[in-house]
Ligand binder design. Structure first.
Ligand code: DAH
Length: 335
């Protein structure tokens, strides 16, 4: 019967095309060509079924179904096969013996590390950590610290005054030039006894070189109570320096002057063969107590301000302060 021959031809051609399809795109083209609902060759076969004589109809219809089912089953089998071989190829292309890529893990900046250790050490001496703003008014940066209007430290050229809304509203505003501001803020907000440290950034328009930066970090300390002595100040500072840098560190006081302490000293540290200046200190000036409403007859106290970069440079063996601010990971990741 001619119709059945056409069915067989169709089936043979379809199976051959499926066999030859090398990837899923090619296979999809074969599917459209042979089984497509719109213009697929299966439509021609359907028309042939319509032309069969009534007595041949059952056999023709049966054969039509067989052919269509066998082509679509072959298509499915081939699709599955292509999918599996693609997966296998991906697995065999992956070289499990290659070394892994080590993820890059960040770390704290050396100055942040040192500040963390300072807080920890001072905490063990009983000092609480407090914070203060970097944008300050003249009362906290100067006046309450007994630094009068005509003092050279208040020269606009030696400070970063800032033009902003609060400057017009409540007087001049500047980036703090020292963390001593936090002494005032603390005493304004609490009664003695006081035992605090405050660590943070300070700003000065210095010429930048290997030991100067226009932004650096200080640790301020303040202890106020009855009967506080300079001997206690010296003990706290030398114990602190020894805990951080080792038992061989020595502390030396040199007479100096600061408006907010009387007497005042500069503090040097001996580590190895040389003395290095690490900051200023002294007994809190009665005028400072008066400015915050503490009774200078009842209370005494000591204060100190240390340069944190100095410790970092010594501790890490870095001879240029600028390295800390250049964000060069080759440098920073050593610590
Ligand atoms: N504020 C001073 C400075 O920046 C350092 C200082 C000296 C702080 C004596 C103090 C102090 O608390 O008592 O140069």
């Amino acid at each position: 019967m001619e119709i059945l021959n056409a069915f067989s031809d169709y089936e043979a051609a379809a199976l051959q095309a499926i066999n030859q399809a090398g990837d899923t795109d090619a296979l999809e083209k074969v599917r459209i060509e042979f089984l497509g609902q719109k213009n697929g060759r299966i439509r021609d076969l359907q028309k042939l079924v319509g032309t069969a004589k009534p007595n041949e109809k059952p056999a023709v219809g049966k054969r039509f179904n067989e052919v269509r089912n066998s082509v679509s089953a072959s298509l499915e089998a081939k699709a599955e096969h292509l999918k599996n071989s693609a997966r296998q190829k991906a697995v065999s292309d992956f070289d499990v013996t290659l070394p892994g890529e080590r993820p890059r893990i960040g770390q704290l900046h050396p100055i942040t590390q040192v500040m963390g250790e300072f807080r920890e050490l001072m905490g063990r001496f009983g000092f609480t950590v407090v914070d203060g703003p970097e944008l300050e008014d003249e009362r906290h940066n100067f006046e309450a610290l007994n630094i009068p209007e005509d003092h050279p430290a208040r020269d606009p050229l030696d400070n970063f005054y800032v033009a902003c809304a609060s400057a017009t509203a409540g007087g001049p505003v500047l980036l703090r030039s020292q963390t001593s501001t936090v002494q005032i803020r603390t005493m304004e907000s609490m009664k003695p006894p006081v035992r605090i440290v405050s660590l943070g950034r300070v700003y000065r328009p210095d010429t930048i070189d290997a030991t100067h930066s226009c932004m650096f970090h200080q640790m301020e300390g303040l202890l106020v109570d009855r009967h506080v002595t300079m001997a206690q100040l010296k003990t706290v500072l030398s114990q602190f320096a020894r805990s951080f840098l080792g038992p061989d560190v020595e502390i030396r006081f040199r007479p100096s002057f600061f408006p907010f302490t009387e007497p005042s000293v500069e503090v040097d540290m001996k580590w190895g063969n040389s003395w290095m200046e690490i900051g200023g200190a002294g007994m809190v000036d009665p005028n400072v107590f008066a400015a915050v409403g503490y009774d200078p007859e009842e209370y005494t106290g000591f204060a100190f301000g240390l340069g944190i970069e100095r410790f970092c440079m010594k501790h890490f063996g870095v001879d240029d302060i600028r390295r800390f601010y250049e964000n060069d990971l080759r440098f920073l990741s050593q610590f």
